[in-house]
Ligand binder design. Structure first.
Ligand code: DAH
Length: 339
């Protein structure tokens, strides 16, 4: 019987050494130590033993049981530890790994240049004014000395909400709104969206942007207009820029002019960029018409002023040599990424 116990002890030790599976471990526990297990089976035969042998066998049986229990516990602990470390391995997170980069956007070229224009005028003491894009006929035309039958309306056909309400064709109505609400001295620029019912092509869009400017004070002259705008052009396009003022007509200014910049590419010779002109038109300007001042309740005998208006798209196209205005609105990132 002692031999049988010894065999059980050895077989159990061998089987336990070979297992690494918690389910198998349970089966072995039942096989050796369970109620119907091999050890129990032997112990049941103890009755047949002599009084002398019994305590010896009993003691050894206890020893075998204890040793198998110890091995099982040991194995259970090592299986548990191994499973834990496998789990940790599988869940490993390397916090030093580089993250997924989210692409960072950047300002649209129109925004970028508009910001520069604003900076230049803010630096000269101007502030920024705003007006509505849905505008009254009165502010967009009438108060700017463009009555119902005026031919200037033909070039500024727009989208009408009703007979008297329209999408503004220019930022000039902000001049009127500002003068109605503010006493001179006035120094403002008013950037914003404007609309015209033009078909889309390389140089036209039913929606585009203008930047309006207005200065009203005592003793403002054409010299102030010229100095301010020449300085603006030099700040925007470079110190070496050459400008010229060419007489023009706008209903709300008198006298009126257009400002041209000498072509950067050919220095006035005439080339493809300037369409052979040698000069590139940048903006319209003039001395605020006395009638317009009066309409806004400002006495033209006491005050005078100058105004200007420029198309933002045009300025940006010149700046970056862009030939098609549609590129600004298609929002193709391959185009936008270049600025
Ligand atoms: N509003 C004019 C246009 O859209 C541009 C303009 C010309 C604005 C002369 C002015 C100005 O303020 O004085 O064609």
């Amino acid at each position: 019987m002692l031999n049988a116990l010894q065999t059980i002890k050895e077989q159990a030790a061998q089987a336990l050494a070979q297992t690494g599976d918690p389910k198998l471990l349970d089966e072995l526990r039942v096989k050796y130590l369970g109620k119907k297990g091999e050890l129990t089976a032997i112990l049941k035969q103890m009755g047949k033993l002599s009084a002398e042998e019994r305590p010896k066998v009993g003691a050894f049986a206890n020893e075998v049981r204890a040793s198998i229990e110890a091995l099982i516990d040991e194995k259970a602990a090592s299986i548990k530890a191994e499973m834990q470390s496998k789990k940790l391995e599988a869940e490993k997170l390397d916090v030093t790994m580089p993250g997924k980069a989210a692409p960072i956007g950047k300002p649209h070229p129109l925004t970028k240049v508009l910001d520069e224009v604003k900076e230049i005028f803010l630096g000269m003491g101007f502030s920024i004014a705003e007006g509505p894009e849905v505008e009254l006929d009165y502010y967009n035309f009438e108060a700017l000395n463009i009555p119902k039958d005026h031919p200037a309306r033909d070039t500024q056909d727009t989208f009408y909400i009703s007979d008297n309400v329209l999408l503004r064709t220019q930022t000039s109505p902000v001049q009127i709104r500002t003068m109605e609400n503010q006493k001179p001295p006035i120094h403002i620029i008013a950037p914003g969206r404007v609309y015209r019912s033009d078909a889309v092509d390389a140089t036209h869009s039913p929606l585009f942007h203008q930047i309006e400017g207005l200065v009203v004070d005592k003793g403002v002259t054409m010299a102030d207009l010229k100095g301010t705008l020449e300085l603006f052009v030099k700040r925007l396009y470079g110190e070496e820029s050459v400008v010229r003022f060419r007489p023009h007509h706008f209903p709300f200014t008198e006298p009126s002019a257009e400002l041209d910049v000498q072509c950067f590419a050919c220095k006035g010779e005439g080339c493809r960029l300037c369409k052979g002109e040698g000069w590139i038109e940048i903006l319209g300007c003039g001395m605020v018409h006395p009638k317009v001042l009066s309409i806004c309740g400002i006495d033209p005998e006491e005050y005078s002023g100058f105004a200007f208006g420029m198309g933002l798209e045009r300025i940006v196209m010149r700046r970056y040599n862009i030939s098609d205005m549609r590129l600004f609105f298609e929002n193709d990132v391959r185009f936008l990424n270049q600025f």
